[in-house]
Design a protein around this ligand. Structure first.
Ligand SMILES: Cc1cc2nc3c(=O)[nH]c(=O)nc-3n(C[C@H](O)[C@H](O)[C@H](O)COP(=O)(O)OP(=O)(O)OC[C@H]3O[C@@H](n4cnc5c(N)ncnc54)[C@H](O)[C@@H]3O)c2cc1C
Length: 437
């Protein structure tokens, strides 16, 4: 199929582009992989007409670049595009710019920019710089611990305000927790709470409530994945708690107004049950500012929490630089870094003056913290050559039905990807005039 497509008489531009395509694909697929990784695949638009129409391909060859989520959504929105008589150097330079990186590519040889060693590769799914979704293990551990700490709060559980804060937080988890067993556990607790913690009971819940499991059977223990610190006592619970609160925002319901209740419940939980009182005080100060008070929708909540977390990161980054506290292996940073979400950073963004694209941030955070991504908990380490072949094969079948198209896009969604399109003019005579570049 590709050979036909690249025959000079049928598509001279595609033929001319073939060496550049091969060079770019070899550069990104060669082991050890350059970082950030890019997945490269090609499609014959004469065969894959539906697919190419969907991505708005108008010139051949065309290269589209985007984060996995852009391809998953299956429209051309959010994808960057170049076409023309391109050399491999030009393509890689273009990608370097989009990804705010400097791929080291020589005209005669391939020089990996940074090398990922095997131990890094095996932990790619849990490294906060490279993971593409929050870890279910971290969120479940944080939920179990949050429940234990709440139930062990003693005097803090006394009074009407504490009961209301407890009820609100459990209600939020019962609607929006990304892990089904924790959602189910929260629902069950919510149903039994009026009996086990009657409204008039000002001295706290009955012991039976404390025995109920928040995430179903299983131990409450400190088991961390992406939140694992280099020493016990570092990271862990507070890291997992951030992930839990972000994911509750990403799943807040209803979409148009659920942000208001999310804010009330999170504020109540932090105020009453977060043991780090200095942290809680700072956080509550943030929730009392005008921007927090105007949170209405899911989008408002997700973006507000992202900004609040970055504000904390900024404050702690300075403290950590002065040698106070922190885990040196995980320095604080404004998040997400461009290697995790290139499109979240505006093209004129610089390390010293970050400029964000909030639409992209929102899309990225929804993916990162959504129930669907967390449940999948996929790893990024898989065979590049096999994946590209599979993409190509499934891409071929995509014209047979939208289901196949979906699978193809989801597969592409495992990592950032570049999509090359070329055309076999004989099969698509109506497009012949577009083939001259
Ligand atoms: C509500 C709250 C307030 C806190 N306040 C303080 C404080 O005032 N002083 C103090 O010393 N410690 C505070 N902490 C603890 C501190 O923020 C960190 O949790 C701790 O230092 C461990 O840091 P970490 O490296 O694991 O990353 P964390 O900051 O815990 O982040 C966990 C993960 O969240 C993701 N992430 C990072 N930034 C963002 C973002 N902007 N949006 C979405 N996701 C993001 C990343 O994947 C990261 O690995 C607070 C914790 C919480 C939950």
């Amino acid at each position: 199929m590709l050979r036909d497509c690249l025959q000079p008489a049928r598509c001279p531009s595609c033929q001319a582009f073939q060496p550049a395509y091969e060079a770019v694909a070899s550069y990104f697929h060669a082991e050890p992989k350059v970082q950030p990784e890019v997945w490269v695949a090609r499609v014959d638009c004469a065969e894959e007409t539906q697919l190419c129409n969907r991505f708005g391909i108008k010139k051949y060859p065309t290269m589209k670049y985007g984060h996995a989520s852009d391809f998953e959504e299956g429209s051309e929105q959010g994808l960057a595009e170049i076409s023309g008589k391109l050399t491999a150097e030009e393509v890689i330079k273009w990608l370097s710019k989009r990804l705010h990186t400097q791929y080291a590519y020589g005209s005669n040889k391939v020089i990996p920019h940074t090398v990922q060693n095997s131990s890094d590769a095996s932990s790619a799914s849990s490294n906060p710089d490279t993971a593409h979704q929050a870890s279910a293990t971290d969120i479940e551990s944080a939920t179990r611990l949050a429940w234990k700490y709440m139930m062990d709060s003693g005097d803090l559980l006394k009074g009407l305000d504490a009961r209301q804060a407890f009820m609100d937080f459990v209600e939020l988890m019962s609607a929006s927790h990304p892990i089904p067993s924790c959602k189910e556990g929260s629902r069950s607790i919510l149903q039994q709470a009026p009996k086990l913690w009657p409204a008039e009971e000002l001295s706290g819940p009955l012991p039976e409530l404390q025995q109920l499991p928040i995430c179903g059977p299983g131990e409450t223990k400190e088991e961390w994945d992406g939140c694992k610190g280099t020493k016990p006592g570092r990271r862990g619970y507070t890291c997992g708690l951030w992930l839990l609160l972000h994911s509750l925002a990403a799943e807040s319901l209803p979409e148009e107004t659920g942000g208001t209740f999310w804010m009330t419940a999170v504020k109540g939980f932090i105020q009453h049950f977060f043991q780090c009182s200095a942290c809680a005080n700072h956080f509550i100060e943030m929730t009392e500012q005008a921007e927090a008070e105007s949170v209405r929708s899911r989008r408002d909540a997700v973006l507000w929490m992202w900004k609040a977390h970055n504000q904390v990161n900024g404050r702690l980054e300075k403290q950590e630089e002065e040698g106070k506290d922190g885990d040196p292996a995980f320095p604080k940073q404004q998040w997400p870094p461009s290697k995790l979400c290139a499109l979240c950073h505006l093209p004129n963004s610089q390390d010293t003056d970050l400029k964000w694209n909030e639409d992209e941030i929102y899309r990225f955070l929804l993916k990162f913290y959504s129930e669907a991504s967390i449940a999948k908990n996929t790893t990024d380490s898989f065979d590049a050559q096999a994946a590209v072949k599979q993409l190509y094969d499934i891409g071929r079948k995509s014209t047979q039905g939208s289901h196949a198209l979906k699978i193809w896009l989801i597969l592409l969604g495992l990592a950032a990807a570049a999509l090359f399109a070329c055309i076999r003019t004989q099969k698509a005579p109506n497009r012949k005039s577009r083939n001259t570049l």
